[in-house]
Design a binder for this molecule. Structure first.
Ligand SMILES: C[S@@+](CC[C@H](N)C(=O)[O-])C[C@H]1O[C@@H](n2cnc3c(N)ncnc32)[C@H](O)[C@@H]1O
Length: 408
């Protein structure tokens, strides 16, 4: 039979990337402290002092994954602080942690909005030093709703600070597609080699812009839209940012194999962008839902995850046929007020992994999860022989993680 156990650590492959459910503003945990002075980029997109609570939408069971029908919402995180002072103390700790984690060539990207960017700038000046300020990027986007009594607030601010004067930044990694309309006021010419260019004379100097020369972004970005309601990139996690935005932020700053850390990783957008750029990553978030959303999104084969187990009366039923044999699931009894009545108890199961508990960690051999393409969850697998106790970890349709060990 399967017996519930409290194992918060899960390892896939060598576990070189980390997803940690912890407070990113607390003094660095033992695990994070090992990476002090090693991150090439720390990105932080913290709560913005909105006073709101945010949710994650989840699909339910085979039918929900197949049809994408409107999904129930589950609490994710509350952006609620007792006072402005409490918020500023939180922001200061996050920025201080980023400073400790960055390496000499590293860069902080702090993502804020109109409520918080002025404070963020002052705190960064204090912690990093004014001379290490690089940019105040304006990410301007269109999204629903228009103000009538003031101009609509349609931008976020991303502050870039270098850790030292030796920081790495390669703008050539983010060329833009050229747009012709910028050059309307310039003279059009062709040089002796037949290359077309636009020319303008100002202050006694002549500036020449070749049509085939790359153009790079300035500090106002209007070409990256917010995620649309039905965007395939959407995970259901509120406040998710587009991968294109994180790709633009990270690309000039990182090289292959560099370490990227996000101290408030949410749905894991920075982790996805880092993975695509061949970087190692550490995602930290105090909300388990964020850590599990990120893990399912990345499908990494090289991950260490720290995320609490729900310890309740949920039962897993099934069979293990013995060393090197088959794991078979026959029943799963998770309940939640939002779950519809269903004959298919397995509908409440969203993902599971088979593996072994070794020491204080669950070491994964095989993983399965529902996806829009394969909404049906396999219910058995061969578990290769391995050190430790055979076990299964599960994530249910309300986003709760549990681990069960096999007892003969
Ligand atoms: C704006 S969201 C981040 C969204 C993310 N950039 C994305 O693209 O999905 C802010 C995140 O900060 C997390 N958070 C709030 N307080 C935190 C803390 N003390 N430590 C770590 N994460 C925290 C929230 O759980 C939330 O996921």
């Amino acid at each position: 039979m399967f017996e519930a156990v409290n194992v918060s650590r899960e390892i896939i492959g060598q576990g070189r990337n980390l997803l940690l459910c912890e407070d990113g503003s607390a003094p660095l945990s033992d695990m994070l402290a090992e990476y002090a002075g090693q991150a090439q980029c720390v990105y932080i997109d913290p709560p913005f002092m909105t006073g709101d609570s945010f949710t994650r939408r989840r699909r339910f069971g085979q039918a929900g994954w197949k049809t994408g029908r409107p999904a129930p919402e589950y609490p994710a995180y509350a952006d609620q602080f007792d006072s402005r002072e409490a918020y500023l103390a939180f922001l200061r700790e996050l920025i201080g942690n980023a400073h400790q984690l960055l390496c000499r060539t590293g860069v902080l990207a702090l993502h804020l909005d109109w409520r918080t960017s002025a404070y963020g700038r002052l705190i960064c000046d204090e912690v990093f030093g004014e001379e290490f300020f690089l940019n105040e990027i304006i990410w301007s986007y269109e999204s629903g709703g228009r103000a009538k009594k003031y101009f609509s607030r349609k931008h976020d601010t991303i502050l870039l600070y270098a850790r030292t004067k030796d920081y790495h930044f390669d703008l050539r990694r983010v060329p833009l597609e050229r747009t012709e309309h910028r050059k309307n006021h310039m003279r059009r010419r062709v040089d002796e080699d037949g290359r077309a260019y636009s020319e303008i004379k100002t202050g006694g100097k002549v500036y020449r812009y070749y049509d085939d020369a790359p153009v790079y972004p300035g500090d106002v970005w209007t070409d990256i839209s917010h995620l649309q309601q039905r965007d395939p990139e959407r995970t259901g996690y509120a406040t998710q940012k587009p991968v294109k935005l994180l790709d633009r932020i990270l690309k000039p700053v990182v090289r292959d194999g560099d370490l990227v850390i996000d101290l408030c990783c949410g749905s894991g957008t920075a982790m996805e962008a880092a993975q695509a750029l061949n970087c190692r990553y550490i995602g930290v978030d105090s909300c388990p839902e964020a850590i599990l959303t990120t893990a399912s999104r990345l499908e990494s084969r090289d991950l260490l995850l720290e995320c609490p187990c729900a310890m309740d009366d949920t039962r897993l039923e099934g069979m293990y046929t013995g060393e090197g044999g088959m794991m078979l699931l026959t029943g799963f009894s998770a309940s939640h007020p939002s779950f519809p009545h269903t004959e298919q108890a397995m509908d409440t199961l969203e993902a599971w992994s088979a593996g072994h508990i070794v020491g204080d960690a669950f070491v994964v051999s095989e993983s399965f999860r529902r996806t829009p393409r394969s909404p049906e969850l396999p219910l058995f697998c061969l578990l290769p022989a391995g050190e430790g106790e055979p076990a299964i970890s599960t994530v249910d349709a309300a986003g709760r993680r549990r681990v069960f060990r096999w007892v003969d």
